[in-house]
Design a protein. Structure first.
Lengths: 346, 239, 305
């Protein structure tokens, strides 16, 4: 029984993180899957959302902190919404100069943006407390729930041990419910938007920007909306992460977890498909967790295990790109009638 | 060496296109040794597609292409060039950042011998290029670029030269010059197959011609016959 | 007061610019011919740096005398390791092309870009798996800089070496591109790959050469970075990616000479920027220059057509 409880608790942890990644994937799907905007700076918006939420809902700076702002200890929904709005706003500012760029150039630009955001988060310690991060970020309703649980446990001291263990992790069950709830809402909203005329314009932009522009649509403005909305989702994911991990610093959002992994998730799941985005998140996170088990069996730890696991994910990406680029649920690319000639390799 | 019975190039009922779209629906033509043959027709007739199919940039889905006694259907441009067919595309037909002389050198890339003489020959045909041999091709005028393009294709002493709209974008005076050069090249023994919008001028120097409409053969005859044909004249010759 | 710091910053800028240039040339060449932004190029530089470490270790083990060649801080082993690393890295790049990029050539530049990001992570983590994330050293001793009279600057002999080697490699490349058949074919293929094929050039072979040369130069840049910084870590490549891209865009993709100019400009700007902004934001300078360039003149300063 103990064993099952252990598994259950791990499953909850797994599902919460996968769910947060799924929200990031949904955001990227709006930007890239539907509109064709290549964003390698996901980690930036993720981080902005997390820090905003932490500063709004988190504790005031402690005596040892470099940080001097924030800590308004507002209720979590404020932090959550704030994360979305600030992320979206920063995306808006960034988009103004960069959205005109062609795909490859936009990709390069977004790397630069992510880098600038990373530098700011690392150096402006008055804002972020730099590498020492923000601690003790409160989790929504945690005190209420945890108090109720401990009261309940006190009233029932004879409960079997495994049940006690289950209940003491009850908060995370609640948090999982919160994450899944938000995920489902965002999924439904996303689907609604995509099937609307607005969504069709986005797809038109991805398939043939010139034609869409000629049809009279203000392409730039549509791209902007897609970019900002996607970034807002990423900010929301950041908030959910911050209040779950309860501690963030610059290294929580490094390129692999903050950006690369999400790309792999979306591509494997199928870009251009919201369900694919969610599926990809869970599958790849599952594979990632699986590799941990695998490397521990090999007796590897620390950076060696981490590196091997990352190599494994990288190889998976290459295999998918070569063998099934549309991913599991992605649509077949529409082949336009006026093809460029195939180049013969000789 | 070909005898009179077998043409140098024989295209037999080929079908070809891009992806799902078929452009050429069973097209045939031939070029005898020493001839200038012109293909005319309205836009979208498939003239350029025919050239690309002969050259191997497109693989025909049906039919055969026989050159100099060999079946070259479906071969790569690399190989076809070595058989003796050289091609001047309609656009993007020079290496802009290379000098005139370097462009010609690239034309001779697969030659194993010393091709300095060949370069001088080209300069004989196109004296304008000689004084600009060290100039980057992108700095040349339209007419000079066309000369570089044709010169590059001649570097391999081709048996057959494919020209895709050699007069495109040129002033009337230059058009005249280019066609004179084409005749001169032919006199040296190079057979020529060209596609042209400037039908009248092209046919006037051609031995024979084909009219291609919507991917199908519509007419075939000597240059004069096509020029004098009223029906064709009304429909396709225009200016 | 501030003006007096400029000459020294120019020295630093020339050194870092030389390193960036070597990375940028390779990136410009491969991106120009294959028409995609190769995000793994920085990690190719890192691979070169670590391969040199490996060869250095091997050569020292088999007894090659490692007495420093005065006034440099290193001896023959590193020099040989340098060359061996360039060759090996070139080979590895061709292998990567064969296994990954070649299969994706017809799928479009974005797929290749994503694939190259994957390659970047695999390369970097392979280095980390083997050597770990901590700094590794070619030479342990710190070299003293010498004072140059008249100009009022200090420079280390190693730094002079870096600039000279970079210059040497650049000149070698120039001669290759303008005096050899293959070099001219490379320029031709970069201009117009279809026409190159139609002229009989074996463009697949040219692509191979491009990978070899571009990656060998990248490896050189990586090793020189190791000599300059005194240590190398697996992440040095990804860190260099932004300045290298900025240099390539500045000079115009596909234009190796532009990349040279771009590299020096980026190096110098980054150093000179410290007159006005904090050094922790130095990487951002390259980014700003790049964005400005992309918005005003995307084809680069020496841009084509």
């Amino acid at each position: 029984m103990d064993f099952i409880v252990g598994i259950l608790n791990y499953a909850v942890f797994f599902a919460i993180t996968a769910g947060i990644f799924a929200i990031l994937c949904l955001g990227l799907n709006i930007q890239w899957g539907y509109t064709g905007l290549f964003n390698i700076g996901i980690a930036g918006f993720y981080a902005i959302g997390a820090y905003t939420s932490a500063l709004l809902s988190g504790p005031p700076p402690g005596p040892m902190d470099w940080r001097v702002v924030g800590g308004f200890q507002l209720p979590w929904p404020v932090g959550f919404l704030g994360a979305a709005l600030v992320s979206g706003f920063i995306a808006f500012l960034i988009a103004i100069p960069t959205l005109k760029l062609k795909e490859d150039y936009l990709a390069i630009a977004t790397i630069g943006i992510a880098e600038v955001i990373r530098l700011v988060l690392k150096n402006e310690s008055w804002l972020t407390n730099s590498v020492w991060g923000i601690k003790h970020i409160p989790a929504p309703l945690s005190s209420l729930i945890e108090r109720s649980i401990s009261l309940f446990l006190k009233k029932n001291p004879d409960l079997p041990f495994w049940l006690q263990k289950l209940f003491s992790n009850a908060y995370n069950f609640f948090y999982l419910g919160l994450v899944i709830f938000i995920l489902i809402i965002l999924y439904l909203v996303s689907e609604k938007m995509i099937r609307s005329p607005w969504g069709r314009v986005l797809r038109g932009i991805r398939e043939d920007e010139l034609a869409t522009a000629t049809a009279g649509k203000n392409v730039f403005w549509f791209k902007m909306q897609a970019f900002v909305i996607g970034a807002m989702l990423m900010g929301m994911a950041g908030s959910l992460y911050a209040h779950y991990a309860r501690f963030i610093d610059a290294s929580s959002f490094e390129p692999f977890f903050g950006t690369f992994l999400i790309w792999v998730m979306l591509i494997v799941g199928g870009s251009g498909n919201n369900l694919g985005a969610i599926l990809g998140a869970f599958i790849i996170w599952g594979i990632w967790a699986g590799t941990e088990f695998f490397t521990s069996q090999l007796g590897l730890t620390g950076y060696r295990a981490a590196s091997l696991r990352i190599i494994f994910v990288g190889v998976i990406l290459e295999i998918i790109l070569i063998l099934r680029p549309r991913g599991i649920l992605g649509e077949e690319k529409i082949v336009s009638l006026i093809l460029k000639q195939n180049k013969k390799g000789g | 060496m070909e005898d009179d019975l077998n043409p140098l190039l024989k295209v037999e009922k080929i079908k070809a296109g891009y992806g799902e779209t078929e452009i050429l629906h069973s097209v045939s033509c031939e070029v005898k040794e020493g001839e200038i043959v012109t293909i005319i027709g309205p836009n979208g007739a498939g003239k350029s597609t025919l050239m690309k199919a002969i050259l191997g940039l497109l693989k025909p889905t049906q039919g055969r292409i026989i050159f100099n006694g060999k079946d070259i259907t479906g071969k790569n441009p690399n190989q076809i060039v070595r058989e003796g067919i050289c091609y001047v595309p309609q656009s993007d037909n020079i290496f802009p950042s290379l000098t005139v002389e370097e462009n010609l050198e690239m034309g001779a890339f697969i030659r194993k011998d010393d091709y300095k003489n060949k370069i001088e020959e080209i300069y004989e045909i196109f004296p304008d290029l000689k004084e600009r041999r060290k100039t980057k091709a992108k700095k040349l005028s339209g007419g000079q670029r066309q000369m570089v393009a044709i010169g590059r294709a001649l570097m391999l002493d081709p048996l057959l030269l494919l020209l895709d709209e050699p007069s495109a974008g040129l002033s009337p005076k230059l058009v005249q010059v280019i066609f004179e050069k084409i005749e001169k090249i032919n006199e040296k023994g190079v057979s020529i197959l060209m596609v042209e919008q400037n039908a009248r001028k092209a046919l006037s120097i051609s031995h024979r011609g084909y009219v291609l409409v919507m991917g199908k053969n519509r007419f075939e005859g000597s240059g004069d016959a096509i020029l004098n044909n009223e029906e064709i004249g009304k429909l396709y010759l225009g200016e | 007061m501030i003006l007096s710091r400029i000459p020294q910053l120019v020295v630093y800028g020339c050194v870092s610019g030389s390193i960036i240039t070597l990375g940028a040339i390779g990136l410009s060449l491969t991106s120009g011919i294959l028409k995609f932004a190769n995000f793994a190029h920085g990690d190719v530089m890192a691979t070169g740096a670590f391969l040199a470490l490996f060869f250095l270790f091997v050569l020292q083990k088999i007894g090659l005398p490692s007495t420093p060649l005065h006034p440099l801080s290193f001896g023959l082993p590193l020099i040989f390791a340098f060359v061996l690393s360039m060759l090996t890295t070139g080979g590895i790049a061709v292998a990567i092309d064969r296994v990954v990029y070649k299969r994706l050539r017809t799928t479009g530049s974005i797929t290749l870009l994503i694939a190259s990001v994957g390659v970047a992570f695999v390369l970097r983590n392979t280095l980390q798996f083997i050597w770990g994330p901590d700094p590794r050293y070619y030479i342990k001793k710190i070299q003293k800089s010498i004072k140059v009279p008249f100009l009022g600057i200090r420079i280390k002999p190693d730094e002079i070496f870096i600039i000279i080697i970079a210059l040497f490699l650049v000149i070698l490349l120039h001669l290759f591109l303008t005096r050899t058949r293959t070099g001219k074919a490379m320029r031709a293929t970069s201009d117009n790959i279809d026409l190159a094929q139609v002229s009989g050039i074996d463009t697949e072979n040219i692509v191979k050469w491009t990978w070899v040369i571009g990656s060998a130069l990248a490896a050189a840049g990586g090793v020189l970075a190791g000599i300059e910084n005194k240590f190398i870590t697996p992440s040095l490549g990804w860190d260099m990616l932004l300045p290298i891209f900025a240099a390539v865009i500045l000079g115009g993709i596909g234009n190796p000479y532009g990349a040279m100019v771009g590299g020096m400009i980026i190096g110098l700007s980054a150093e000179l920027s410290t007159l006005f902004i904090s050094t922790s934001y130095k990487p951002a300078v390259a980014f700003i220059i790049m964005i400005v360039m992309l918005l005003i003149k995307p084809k680069g300063i020496l841009g084509e057509e």
